[in-house]
Design a protein around this ligand. Structure first.
Ligand code: OAD
Length: 254
């Protein structure tokens, strides 16, 4: 039996009896769909500085440049499809009432795979909101226009610029979403999947889960700061590890 197979068996032992299971996902889950990660070898932040594209200051300085980047990403994501990792997580979220899926991803691929009760820590690239105080209030709305005919797109209520309803560097997370995510860290099995585990507060959920007594599992193609903390570190792609776990749970495969 390979080292990976032995580790998968250990995780399955816990999954068989666990009622409360939580998975935190990051960009690595969408890698097999062709969506670039942020910090990998060809990661987005290798070529561009986050504070030049994903911060309120960047938007104030050059909203068109920021929107060109988001418009490009929206096009890329629209043309991509969920992969096996999204499919397994979506199935678990539908079939297991105690399963909570938390994502840092803004791409919408978990939703397209049919995930239920998804907690989006960093918002959605498919939602926008007015970038300034607007008479319509601080609402966000879904807008799947790709590409926008003019950039930056304008608010239908006040004519000002709209911005992507994502959490940028230096911005707080939605407190309700964060509270729900923190509550879900109190579980029996906690997965950190395809995340570099360095962006807080999301990364703190792994430590919280461990502290609260969860059996913690990392699935990542590379080592991360979470690797030494978790009970089992699976060095594998998200799709392979999750599909093999799903098969083992259903008992139809070794
Ligand atoms: P990162 O790009 O930082 O990390 C992606 C992780 O996925 C890395 O640890 C890779 O080793 C791993 N990985 C790559 N391919 C994989 C695969 N097929 N299977 C499993 N793992 C794989 O992405 P995040 O951790 O999601 O925030 O980044 C966190 C946040 O930082 C993002 O939400 C974004 C970013 O800047 C904001 O935009 C606010």
């Amino acid at each position: 039996m390979t080292d990976l197979a032995a580790k998968l068996d250990r995780v399955v032992e816990h999954l068989r009896t666990a009622k409360r299971i939580t998975a935190l996902t990051g960009a690595g889950v969408s890698a097999a769909s062709g969506i670039p990660t942020f910090r990998g070898t060809d990661g987005l932040w290798k070529k561009m500085k986050p504070d030049m594209l994903a911060s309120p200051e960047a938007f104030a300085h050059d909203p068109k440049l920021v929107w060109e980047w988001y418009d490009w990403r929206r096009r890329h994501v629209r043309d991509a499809a969920p992969n096996g990792a999204h499919d397994v997580l979506a199935r678990w979220s539908r079939e297991r009432p105690g399963f909570t899926l938390i994502t840092q991803n803004v791409d919408g691929l978990h939703e397209r795979a049919g995930a239920a009760r998804l907690l989006r820590l960093h918002g959605s690239i498919w939602h926008v909101r007015c970038a300034q105080p607007c008479p319509a209030g601080a609402v966000e709305w879904r807008d799947e226009t790709v590409p926008f005919p003019t950039l930056p797109p304008r608010c239908p209520h006040c004519g000002g610029f709209v911005r992507p309803a994502v959490v940028w560097f230096g911005e707080p997370l939605d407190p309700d979403v964060m509270t729900a995510a923190a509550a879900a860290a109190a579980c029996e099995v906690f997965f950190a999947i395809g995340t570099s585990a360095i962006v807080y507060p999301a990364a703190g959920l792994v430590q919280a889960a461990k502290r609260l007594g969860a059996f913690t599992v990392e699935i990542n193609t590379e080592a991360t700061p979470a690797s030494a903390l978790v009970d089992v570190s699976l060095r594998a792609s998200a799709g392979e590890a999750l599909e093999r776990l799903a098969l083992r749970i259903s008992g139809s495969h070794r």
